[in-house]
Design a protein around this ligand. Structure first.
Ligand SMILES: O=S(=O)(O)c1ccc(O)c(O)c1
Ligand SMILES: [Ca+2]
Ligand SMILES: [Fe+2]
Length: 337
């Protein structure tokens, strides 16, 4: 296997949206993302702490779908490494020299990875002016930055193996009594995850996680949607995660794309960082206070496009976490002293 690219972090998501004006209302007016650039068909957005051009691209299209995920790599040579790595895997690969891909991004390569997701690897990207202390421009959810991608895939062990081959660490897992893998959180930057896997039919995008600095911004997000009678966009939470320990709320945008407003996870940067493993019967794993996970959160997700913009066919999952029940007493089977 050839040398993998040196991935720094999850960097941006490009979504296809069916009504750019409605998406602008949700992502800019309500969530407060900063418009770095826009044209008739596309919005380029970023959070207050982000110094690169964008972390979310919304492009008008006929079908709501994930166009591609994008990871930033450490050096220009890592774009070549990515091209070679996925070519050697026999995967579809398309080089996008500077000026031919996403506005603001330089030389890049897009691949369809072994899980069926269209993924871009780039190094060069235009800079954005520093908004970190422009509190006068921090609006809505006051999102600081993109934190992670969460993808639905039917074969969690295969997803784990693929991302391990790209040098990702594993911070936490959800496992069955026989250690079958239901979910995993994997990282390159030194926090809980850049990517996580939710078991289910796939390839589909489960959600993008956007980080705020404080839990009061998560609560404020829910309050803003409630204030405007738009509470139907709130799908799950606010609450405290077991996995990651983050405080969260999940929203659905006008196309049904899921976004998580997420804050306060933890450092994972030491070389001997150990994976924390949850039992699938522990009902604190996904919500630390034992609140149930709404069915739509397990079942609904966005389809993904291939390199030519066609919807990728999906395969059904072998394991279904939502079908796993906790103990009869309502307590997690894993008894805690
Ligand atoms: O619900 S989980 O606690 O498993 C969870 C943890 C971290 C996340 O980013 C997430 O989306 C979900
Ligand atoms: Ca319980
Ligand atoms: Fe998440």
């Amino acid at each position: 296997m050839s040398t993998p690219p040196d991935v720094i972090r999850s960097a941006y998501t490009q979504l296809a949206v069916t009504d750019l004006a409605k998406s602008r209302w949700f992502w800019v007016d309500m969530l407060g993302l900063h418009i770095q650039h826009e044209d008739a068909t596309t919005l380029y957005l970023r959070g207050t702490d982000e110094l690169t051009h964008h972390s979310l691209v919304l492009r008008a299209g006929p079908v709501a779908a994930l166009d591609h995920l994008a990871y930033r790599v450490r050096a220009p040579e890592d774009v070549d490494r990515a091209e070679r790595f996925f070519t050697d895997l026999g995967r579809p690969v398309r080089r996008l020299p500077a000026g031919t891909g996403t506005h603001g991004v330089g030389d890049a390569v897009r691949v369809v990875d072994p899980l069926g997701f269209t993924v871009e690897f780039f190094h060069e990207i235009a800079r954005g002016e520093r908004l970190i202390q422009r509190y006068d421009l921090h609006k809505g959810a006051q999102i600081a930055r993109l934190d992670h991608f969460n993808i639905c895939t039917p074969d969690i062990p295969a997803a784990y193996d693929h991302y391990r081959s790209l040098g990702f660490g594993c911070s936490e897992t959800i496992e069955g009594d026989e250690h079958e893998l239901y979910a995993a959180w994997m990282f390159r930057k030194q926090t809980v995850h850049d990517v996580a896997f939710t078991g289910g039919a796939g390839p589909r995008l489960h959600h993008i996680g956007m980080a705020t600095h404080e839990s009061h911004q998560v609560l404020r997000t829910a309050d803003i949607f409630g204030s405007l009678g738009k509470e139907h966009h709130i799908e799950r939470g606010p609450g405290r995660h077991g996995v990651s320990n983050a405080f969260y709320v999940y929203l659905r945008d006008p196309d049904g794309h899921r976004v998580e407003i997420y804050t306060s996870d933890y450092y994972t940067g030491d070389p001997d960082h150990e994976t924390y493993r949850w039992n699938v019967h522990d009902d604190r794993r996904r919500d630390f206070w034992g609140n149930a996970v709404i069915e739509s959160w397990y079942k609904e997700a966005s389809p993904v496009l291939d390199l030519d913009g066609r919807i990728q066919p999906i395969s059904e999952a072998a394991l279904d976490e939502s079908a796993v029940t906790v103990g009869a007493d309502g307590l997690g089977i894993v008894e805690h002293s």
